[in-house]
Design a protein around this ligand. Structure first.
Ligand code: PLP
Length: 430
């Protein structure tokens, strides 16, 4: 079967919504999802044999480009030595050490398989360490799909305009205080009211699951200060930004504050399931087997996945980050110029080499929080998305997602994007 429509119909009969992660269903852009069969460098190819310049990059992991030869070799070499042992391996320690070298506040690392597990465990650890039960998160921030984190979340929850998720017991949801992003007064007020019950705050280091919304200058540092003044922990979620916006993640662009815990994912697995939490040794040592906070995983630190992560991180050198920065600046400037030429009011939202766009006159100065993101003319995005796709460019299928470039995006890939833009920008204008 080689037809996207037929493949989707078949998937719909076997898988809820035909997909294994909601945003893949194209719910907010409409049309038939492309079924991908291969990917190389900056390109992905669908079942009908059409090739697209990819600006999704598997939602971040493919930082070196798809199927980078060093990563593929590391994976095939590791696979030939055995797929999974359920026991300690030397490579796990190498990956932990590499993360600790690059992100100074991280003194210990525990590997897990998904970002959801990493944030879920970090929160349990914050509660176990402080003996408190409340958690602060910010509206529009996405930290995976564990029960307490789905309130006012970004990513697919925003794409489908859900307030949260059914199936989350009210007493669990009530333990999460959801505050507006970039609003320190709201944070101070929450601590004034509940300070001795707040175990921690979790924040995306830069929000990138409601489109991209960077923290105000000094915002993350102020969160650290407020948390520490109140005996709470700051958990900085770098699942998406970690090792993507710099070799030390978004924290590495500033380094002025010291989070207690970090979460990582995506790039540290290089396309295979590896994620991690890491941070202060005294906090991390509350995890089993040293401490009373339980966490475990049959496939945690899987040798094939760790090999992919190590090869990816080792390949991500200064030249890669410089290339990502240049390419992100070039793509976002070209998109912005095309939208301006077509008369579409918009703003480019950036955080390091991550970027996205908000549409409409009322947001043309940029947005700082979830309410701002939701107030845009988001209906302009689907026609833009489809025109780009028709011209061979694969964009995130939702206006509430970041765009991702890779080290493999070269002049030819950029030229294809530039060629596609005038028609797409016109589609967004109508
Ligand atoms: N945290 C952030 C900031 C994310 O962007 C994501 C996924 O997009 C997650 C956590 C959850 O990671 P995973 O999808 O691996 O469970």
């Amino acid at each position: 079967m080689t037809d996207n429509t037929a493949l989707f119909e078949r998937a719909l009969a076997a898988i809820p919504g035909g997909v294994n992660s909601p945003v893949r269903a194209y719910g907010s852009v409409g049309g038939t999802p492309r079924f991908l069969v291969s990917a190389q460098g900056p390109y992905v190819t669908d079942a009908e044999g059409r090739e697209y310049v990819d600006l999704v990059a598997s939602w971040g992991p493919a930082i070196l480009g798809h199927a980078h030869p060093d990563v593929v070799k590391a994976v095939t070499d590791a696979a030939a030595r055995g797929l999974s042992f359920g026991a300690s391996t030397p490579a796990e320690t190498e990956l932990a050490e590499l993360i600790e070298e690059r992100v100074a506040p991280v003194e210990r690392v525990r590997l897990v398989s998904t970002g959801t597990e990493a944030t879920m465990t970090a929160i349990r650890l914050a509660r176990g360490f402080t003996g408190r039960d409340l958690l602060i998160k910010f509206a529009g921030h996405y930290h995976g799909h564990s029960d307490g984190l789905l309130a006012a979340a970004g990513s697919g929850v925003a794409t489908f305009a859900l307030p949260g998720s059914a199936g989350v017991p009210a007493p669990i949801a009530a333990l999460t205080l959801v505050l507006p992003y970039n609003d320190l007064d709201a944070v101070r007020a929450a601590f004034a009211e509940h300070g001795d019950r707040i175990a921690g705050l979790i924040v995306e280091s830069a929000a990138a699951n409601m489109g991209v919304v960077a923290p105000d200058a000094g915002f993350n540092a102020a969160l650290a200060e407020i948390a520490h003044a109140n005996g709470s922990l700051l958990i900085v979620d770098e699942v998406l930004t970690g090792f993507r916006v710099s070799s030390a993640g978004y924290w590495g662009l500033d380094r002025s504050y010291t989070p207690d815990l970090f979460t990582f994912g995506k790039v540290i697995g290089g396309g295979l399931p590896v994620a991690a939490l890491g941070g202060r040794a005294d906090v991390m040592e509350h995890l089993a087997p040293l401490g009373p906070v339980y966490q475990a995983g049959t496939l945690s630190g899987n040798p094939v996945a760790v090999a992919a992560g190590l090869a990816t991180l080792r390949g991500a050198d200064d030249a890669v980050y410089a290339h990502l920065d240049r390419t992100a600046a070039a793509v976002s400037a070209e998109v912005s110029a095309a939208l301006t030429a077509a008369g579409v009011a918009h703003a480019v939202q950036t955080a390091g080499n991550l970027f996205s766009f908000v549409f409409g006159e009322s947001v043309a100065g940029g947005v700082r929080d979830y309410a701002g993101v939701l107030s845009q003319e988001s209906w302009r995005y689907p026609p833009f998305f489809h025109a780009m796709q028709d011209a061979g460019v694969n964009l995130p299928p939702s206006v509430f997602e970041a765009w991702f470039v890779t080290a493999a995006h070269d002049d030819a890939a950029l030229a294809r994007i530039i060629e596609a833009l005038p028609v797409a920008a016109k589609a967004a204008a109508s």
